[in-house]
Design a protein around this ligand. Structure first.
Ligand code: SAM
Ligand code: SF4
Length: 326
């Protein structure tokens, strides 16, 4: 689909649950309300939406959450999404805890790549950031994804005075293993509004100072806005997703589907088109397909030129990142 600013929109991020096995402070802090199960889209509903999305020109799907792997049948969903004509790539973002159990099945189901979130290598800090003692299982999850032959990236969110001294230790994971390590700037969404992140501009300066041989890496690494560096001797690359200090809206290619069926043109505004009401309207399948296609066109026409993270007073989205899917 082409939006009003000439951008090709062909990437859909689908949050399949708001549930999660961790309680990351900046995403889903303890005590957050869960959405009643009946309000979450069923897999049949998600697949019906994905089919229309493919007919509208979407080519890439990211399965996310909450934690997608805590929802029973997530591997089956990946398998079914991969069968949709036109969908070239299905990838997943996960906290990694259940990858030792599911990595081989996900590979078999056709998963093209996985992003695993890991903010620290210290067990104490992991417990502080995520509210749970699960670092070892995440590390095992990373190894499981690599052993299964799934293309793997790590997502790191640095927080000031919490884990901002760990950028080098985390980067080193890309030296020994064929995976990319990507630093994501904290976004002022949900609990992220009260958490101080680290500027990727500053981080990049620190990296270049320490690694003067680092070079820009222009190879395509995925569907998103990350820019990459290659460091001599490293098997993987180092990426930067700089929503705040490197606004990338000009090349935005995505829309987001929340676990309750809201199709969001942009992360920072609450503007959304309700697809669940179309699916549950009691209309026939062909009529639903027509209305879903119309809803995609509407969301696309409402896609703003840019986010407004730099003007926090203009952010209208009030949902937590775990509800939207990151
Ligand atoms: N549970 C999965 C995981 O942790 O990868 C998938 C969902 S999570 C919402 C997706 C990504 O969003 C994670 O890498 C997480 O670190 C990131 N994230 C959550 N809240 C954020 C925020 N306020 N700013 C930037 N990234 C955030
Ligand atoms: Fe869960 Fe992922 Fe949010 Fe952490 S970042 S609370 S793992 S959804």
């Amino acid at each position: 689909m082409l939006d009003a600013y000439g951008r090709v929109i062909d990437y859909l991020r689908i949050s399949i649950t708001d549930r999660c096995s961790l309680r990351c402070r900046y995403c889903m802090p303890d005590g957050v309300d869960l959405i009643p199960m009946k309000d979450l889209l069923s897999y049949e509903e998600i697949l019906e939406i994905a089919l229309t999305a493919a007919q509208c020109g979407f080519r890439k799907i990211k399965v996310t959450g909450g934690e997608p792997l805590v929802r029973p049948g997530a591997v089956y969903l990946v398998f079914m999404l991969k069968k949709i004509p036109g969908i070239g790539q299905v990838t997943m973002t996960t906290n990694g805890i259940l990858l030792p159990q599911y990595a081989a099945d996900l590979k078999e189901a056709g998963l093209d790549a996985v992003n695993i979130s890991l903010d620290t290598l210290s067990p104490e800090r992991f417990a502080f950031i995520t509210g749970r003692q699960e670092l070892n299982r995440v590390l095992e999850g990373i190894e499981a994804a690599l052993s299964a032959g799934i293309r793997t990236k790590l997502n790191v969110v640095l927080q000031k005075d919490v884990n901002d001294d760990e950028w080098e230790a985390l980067m080193l994971l890309a030296r020994e293993r064929p995976l990319d390590v990507r630093f994501i700037e904290m976004m002022p969404i949900g609990a992220g509004q009260n958490t101080e992140g680290v500027s990727n501009e500053v981080l990049l300066e620190q990296i270049i100072e320490k690694y003067p041989g680092a070079e820009s890496d222009f190879a395509v690494h995925g569907n998103g806005p990350a820019v990459y560096l290659r460091i001599p001797g490293y098997k993987g690359s180092i990426g930067f997703i700089s929503a705040i200090h490197g606004k990338f809206c000009r090349t935005c290619n995505r829309m987001r589907l929340t676990s309750t069926g809201l199709l969001k043109p942009c992360l920072c505004y609450e503007t959304a088109v309700d697809l669940r009401s179309i699916l549950r309207s009691g209309r026939k399948r062909e009529e639903r397909a027509e209305r879903l296609a119309w809803a995609f066109a509407k969301a696309c026409s409402e896609k703003p030129e840019a986010h407004c993270f730099e003007r926090e007073e203009d952010i209208t989205e009030t949902k937590k990142m775990a509800q939207i899917g990151g």
